[in-house]
Design a protein around this ligand. Structure first.
Ligand SMILES: NC(=O)c1ccc[n+]([C@@H]2O[C@H](COP(=O)([O-])OP(=O)(O)OC[C@H]3O[C@@H](n4cnc5c(N)ncnc54)[C@H](OP(=O)(O)O)[C@@H]3O)[C@@H](O)[C@H]2O)c1
Length: 272
């Protein structure tokens, strides 16, 4: 099976408008691509121009790129205002962009501030800004990108893991408060996914490291960005109409596995 491809559901999001923050690369880009394939108009953001808008436009997608930093409140306001002005409504938000400052004992106050400024602060700001538009549209759906790191301890990861934990709590509280407007809010928590940071950590050698880091997951491999897109689109869609305030683990079984890992050194077989 080719894990880098999925079969889109034709026209599922036709006529609807989505914002995907950090939609230029990695998981966000895969989500934006799949939303477009299913008929949505999509605004993507990123701090750098990497040609995503052109590539997606060339593929025939209705997309716009808004360049800036989600840590800035004024930029969040710009993203929502420009999206609403271009298409007249906003139905979906995927809060995906996130800082990656992984520090522990050595984290400074500034590190903490930078880490939290995109998510959960920026995530919360975006939710505040899109909610009135979704209410006007009769409802909407929001997915906040979290991580396996939201609930576990990892070495030297105080900042990142605490910020992801906060994203899950923000999600639950926002789900409760926005339900009267028919807006659902959920998180997706990926395991190790082959995007640029993971590839960099592997020195570009995916073939070597996939089975090594794959051992953290029941499926014995790391995931592909598009494998996060399908579950995210499901949560955005009406198929998830009775799902809110929850966390969908897209982690190849990372959370289900115990300290014995894949069992390669576990020898106890039990007795009659
Ligand atoms: N890959 C994994 O193994 C993994 C696992 C669990 C969770 N996640 C989560 O999945 C999400 C996406 O990660 P990824 O691995 O796909 O990362 P990625 O490939 O590095 O993509 C990150 C995207 O976010 C944008 N971005 C980052 N900081 C931003 C900011 N301050 N303002 C605006 N845009 C910003 C990036 O563009 P610019 O750099 O140009 O701004 C890019 O478009 C994150 O929330 C991450 O925590 C990833």
């Amino acid at each position: 099976m080719d894990y880098t491809k999925r079969a889109p559901i034709k026209d599922r999001f036709k006529g609807n408008v989505a914002i995907v923050t950090g939609g230029t690369t990695g998981i966000g880009r895969a989500i934006a691509d799949e939303l477009c394939k299913e008929g949505a108009s999509v605004a993507i953001t990123g701090r750098h121009e990497v040609g995503a808008e052109k590539e997606m436009g060339d593929a025939g997608y209705d997309v716009t790129f808004i360049q800036g930093d989600m840590a800035e409140e004024s930029f969040c306001e710009k993203v929502v205002a420009e999206t609403a002005a271009k298409w007249g409504k906003i139905n979906y938000l995927v809060n995906n962009a996130f800082s990656f400052i992984a520090k522990g004992m050595d984290a400074t106050r500034r590190d903490w501030e930078i880490m939290f400024s995109v998510g959960p602060f920026g995530y919360a700001k975006m939710i505040q800004l899109v909610a009135p538009h979704m209410r006007e549209a009769g409802g909407g759906s929001i997915v906040n990108m979290s991580s396996i790191s939201c609930r576990i301890a990892q070495v030297n990861r105080w900042t990142y893991n605490a910020a992801k934990g906060a994203v899950n709590q923000l999600t639950r509280c926002a789900a409760l408060d926005l339900a009267p407007w028919n807006i659902r809010v959920n998180t997706v928590s990926p395991g190790w996914i082959w995007t640029r940071e993971v590839l960099k950590a592997a020195g570009g050698d995916k073939e070597k490291y996939d089975p090594i880091w794959g051992e953290y997951h029941i499926l014995g491999r790391c995931g592909e960005p598009v494998e996060c897109a399908g579950p995210t689109l499901f949560l955005l869609s009406d198929d998830a109409s009775f799902i809110t305030g929850t966390d969908l683990c897209v982690d190849g079984g990372y959370n289900a596995i115990g300290s014995e890992g894949l069992g390669k050194t576990a020898t106890f077989a039990g007795s009659e």
